[in-house]
Write a protein that binds this ligand. Structure first.
Ligand SMILES: C[S@@+](CC[C@H](N)C(=O)[O-])C[C@H]1O[C@@H](n2cnc3c(N)ncnc32)[C@H](O)[C@@H]1O
Length: 272
């Protein structure tokens, strides 16, 4: 796992990459009207801040088309390298990825129509407002900021073996110890207004789907971090692994439940 300055916890396994790809495909369908409201359409210039392994970038490139442009930014060099190879494999040449911090990307101010941030704020306790303010500065007047995050208190797999509940609980504790707000999705509109933006839509919804066989989720992806933080040991990880394998063999798939929130917010003023 790459250590990211600021302490990002999730490691990029194939399981994780599959999870990102599925989420990107689902987002395009579920959020179609919000994307349209935000101005994500052919010709738009969009930046995905905290783009991770870049699953969203080919989807955005398809939406903005040959006359649009897509930029990705992430602090994790491994994520940046993966995102670049995802774009190369997808044959997308009008998208670029750079290493940078969400609160100071180094990109020129006012140079985008849309600045998006997905599943990043919950990892940045105390810096959420700074990140949203920076996103607001990246779009021109009249441009849009698109924020998406979760309320992890409503995240879970049901039914689940107690070992899986234990793993999730320790991951949540790790976030709390760092001052992260894993319920930040509920605050997205507040954060947007705090950055001087006009909120045009604030929506929340549940995603409920059968847990795919082999999918273990963010707490599992953070297991090395939990061990390093003294919140688990290798015996715990072995117990979680065995429980997840046992659940993979269940003929009836448990439900994966997530509470999602999104805000579309406009930078006041007219485009020049
Ligand atoms: C959960 S992943 C989400 C990836 C992507 N946005 C998605 O939804 O598929 C979070 C990503 O944000 C990055 N990240 C977290 N905090 C960051 C920060 N302050 N600056 C830049 N990147 C950050 C991590 O390195 C990681 O790749």
């Amino acid at each position: 796992m790459t250590t990211v300055e600021g302490g990002y916890a999730l490691r990029l396994s194939d399981d994780e990459l599959t999870r990102y790809r599925l989420a990107a495909q689902r987002a395009r369908e579920q959020e179609a009207d919000l994307w349209e409201l935000a101005g994500l359409r052919p010709g738009a210039r969009v930046v995905d801040v905290g783009c991770g392994p870049g699953a969203m970038l080919p989807v955005l490139a398809e939406v903005v088309g040959p006359h649009g442009a897509v930029a990705g930014v992430d602090a994790d060099p491994e994520a940046v390298a993966t995102a670049r190879s995802v774009l190369a494999r997808a044959g997308v040449h009008r998208a670029g990825v750079r290493r940078g911090r969400a609160e100071a990307t180094g990109l020129p101010g006012g140079s985008f129509d849309v600045a998006m941030v997905r599943h990043v704020l919950a990892h940045n306790g105390g810096a959420e407002q700074r990140i949203v303010e920076h996103l607001a500065s990246l779009v021109h007047p009249g441009g849009h900021v698109y924020l998406l995050d979760v309320d992890a208190a409503a995240f879970g797999v049901t039914p689940a073996l107690p070992e899986i509940e234990d793993m999730t609980e320790r991951y949540t504790r790790w976030h709390a110890d760092r001052g992260n707000d894993v319920r930040v999705g509920r605050r997205l509109a507040v954060l947007a207004r705090g950055a001087g933006l006009e909120v045009e839509a604030f929506r929340g919804w549940f995603e409920i789907e059968p847990l795919p066989v082999g999918m273990r989720g963010p707490a599992w992806a953070a297991r090395d971090t939990l061990v390093a933080a003294g919140l688990a040991d290798t015996a715990d990880v072995a117990r979680w692994d065995a429980a997840a394998a046992a659940m993979d063999a269940w003929p009836e798939r448990p439900e994966l439940i997530m509470a999602m929130f999104a805000v579309v917010a406009r930078r006041p003023g007219q485009a020049s």
